[in-house]
Write a protein that binds this ligand. Structure first.
Ligand code: FAD
Ligand code: FES
Length: 353
């Protein structure tokens, strides 16, 4: 009797949770999916190989997963509200991780996302760059080639470990697009972070890794305007890809690269960047240290990267700027660059948040 009752309870629960088959109509019917309702729009699209960017792994805190939901998405939830501008409200924009599919739904997504796909590869090296930053080099196995634009990012999938579920996190590709059979990533350990702890403590050379991509619009413009690049920590990644792409393409556009670190021990790729500086008139590398101990023989720039940039370029009005790093660093740089006169639309950045 007890067994029958619990069986009925499970059935009843299933009935409540099961929304049955739902249709997702995309871009006016260009694509139609039939899915089992009950999960987030973001995850149902991913199950059908349509990968929407999702830097926070569906927690509703990155606002990367926006799509337009024209019908069937229900009302906007409190988690979504702060991320939607009046313009986006008008355009039916929603956070796809927060939209639960319970009935037929009509959505619009940018066409470029149809070319995002899932990749498998093998970690062929994991090299420490500083005490809390590693470089990963992944050889692609399925498919064996990737096409991307320097500055774009992928979403790495961590494996389950010690009670942590698998998560997806965004990492900029640091290798140049010419190296189609590999990607390189530069990853900084976030203490207590799910994905970075997996990378640092559980991911070993030879292991298989999966990711989706490429995503993002952070890339070099097609103008010839002189560039001010600014990065800190693992923000090096997309700039390193862009610089190597410029070398591959024999670009001669002037670029000053300011890299901010606390101490000399937090700098990496110094020899490589100094060599590029020596060999190429168009490129200048300016590392700056904000907490190098007194008495050190460091003869380079000292101080906050924003002050160093302002000293070198009091007038930025003719430049374009490319920034990458923590939200705090980017916000501080935006102020300095704006004070120097650079128009907002000439500043390109990716915030690692
Ligand atoms: C477009 C994009 C590109 C990115 N590229 C890179 C890259 O090339 N290299 C890289 O190292 N990271 C990059 N990031 C950051 C990365 O996606 C993760 O957010 C970061 O690695 C933390 O993931 P986690 O799972 O270890 O931490 P979580 O488990 O997600 O977070 C643990 C805790 O740390 C906080 N936290 C999350 N991220 C950070 C952070 N960056 N600094 C301080 N605290 C944080 C969270 O709020 C949370 O409280 C990028 C982010 C974006 C949006
Ligand atoms: S995935 Fe980050 S807000 Fe939706």
């Amino acid at each position: 009797m007890g067994l029958i009752l619990s069986g009925l309870l499970i059935l009843a629960e299933k009935k409540i949770l099961n929304y049955g088959e739902c249709r997702i109509s995309i871009n006016g019917g260009d694509k139609e999916l039939t899915v089992q309702g009950g999960s987030s729009l973001l995850s149902l699209l991913a199950e059908n190989n349509i990968f929407i960017p999702s830097a926070c792994g569906g927690r509703g805190s990155c606002a990367y997963c926006k799509v337009s939901v024209d019908e069937g998405g229900g009302s906007i939830g409190p988690v979504e509200e702060p991320y939607l501008s009046p313009e986006e409200h008008k355009n039916n924009v929603r956070l796809s991780c927060q939209v639960k599919v319970k009935n037929d739904i009509r959505i619009r997504v940018p066409k470029e996302l149809f070319s995002v796909r899932k990749f498998s590869g093998r970690l062929i090296h994991k090299k420490p760059l500083t005490h809390d930053i590693v470089e990963l080099r992944i050889e692609l196995t399925d498919p064996s080639e990737i096409n991307f634009v320097a500055g774009q990012y992928i979403q790495l999938e961590s494996a389950e470990y010690k009670g942590n579920d698998s998560v997806m996190r965004a990492y900029s590709i640091s290798s140049p697009p010419s190296d189609k059979n590999h990607i390189e990533l530069i990853i900084r350990l976030v203490p207590g972070g799910i994905c970075t702890t997996w990378v640092f403590e559980h991911l070993n050379e030879g292991q298989q890794v999966t990711f989706s991509g490429p995503y993002g619009e952070f890339s070099l413009s097609e103008t010839r305007a002189p560039m001010i690049c600014i990065a800190g920590g693992s923000g090096m990644a997309p700039i390193w890809s862009i610089i190597r792409d410029m070398l591959d393409k024999k670009n001669v556009r002037t670029a000053h690269y300011f890299f901010g670190a606390l101490t000399r021990n937090d700098l990496f790729y110094v020899d490589e960047l100094r060599k590029i500086d020596q060999d190429n008139q168009w490129f200048t590398y300016i590392p700056a240290l904000s907490r190098e101990p007194d008495g050190s023989d460091w003869s380079g720039e000292k101080g906050l990267i924003t002050d160093v940039v302002a000293r070198h370029f009091p007038d930025t009005s003719q430049h374009e700027s490319y920034l990458c790093g923590s939200p705090g660093m980017i916000d501080a740089c935006l102020k300095v660059l704006a004070n120097g006169g650079i128009p907002e639309e000439k500043i390109f950045y990716d915030k690692f948040a």
